[in-house]
Design a protein around this ligand. Structure first.
Ligand code: ZN
Length: 133
């Protein structure tokens, strides 16, 4: 079902400051930033090999990333796997009784179609499925 590790999502308090760790210290290249209003989040993507690091800064305290940092502090928030057909993947998981946060794909940064599985169904990890095409 899943094709590869697409990216790792990391919740940060200050995107500009944390970006320096990945660019200045680790030598990665910033691919671009985007604000996704629907998710109340500003994102930055840094490609590495076939995967990417996604940094996420909240644009409002009540956004999902704001709440995550409030509860757990900064750190890895989700991992994302690429799928070729997100609708088929969600239908299959649903038919197997997997608890989904998103039953239908929604808009993600970079025009991807994304959906989250519930961490209670995955051993505590927030898993994102994403389809980019
Ligand atoms: Zn993501």
């Amino acid at each position: 079902m899943v094709v590869k590790l697409d990216h790792i999502g990391i919740a940060v308090s200050n995107l500009e400051e944390t970006l320096k760790v990945y660019t200045d210290l680790l030598g990665m290249k910033l691919h671009g930033t985007e604000t996704v209003e629907e998710q109340k989040v500003k994102t930055a993507f840094l490609p590495i090999g076939e995967s990417e690091i996604e940094l996420l800064e909240t644009t409002a305290p009540d956004g999902p990333i704001g709440k995550f940092i409030e509860a757990k502090g900064q750190g890895i928030q989700h991992i994302a796997f690429k799928v070729d057909d997100i609708e088929a993947a969600l239908a299959e998981l649903k038919s197997k009784g997997v608890r989904l946060i998103d039953e239908k794909p929604r808009y993600g940064a970079g025009g991807a179609r994304i959906a989250f599985l519930h961490p209670k169904a995955t051993g505590g990890v927030l898993i994102e499925l994403c389809q980019k095409d």
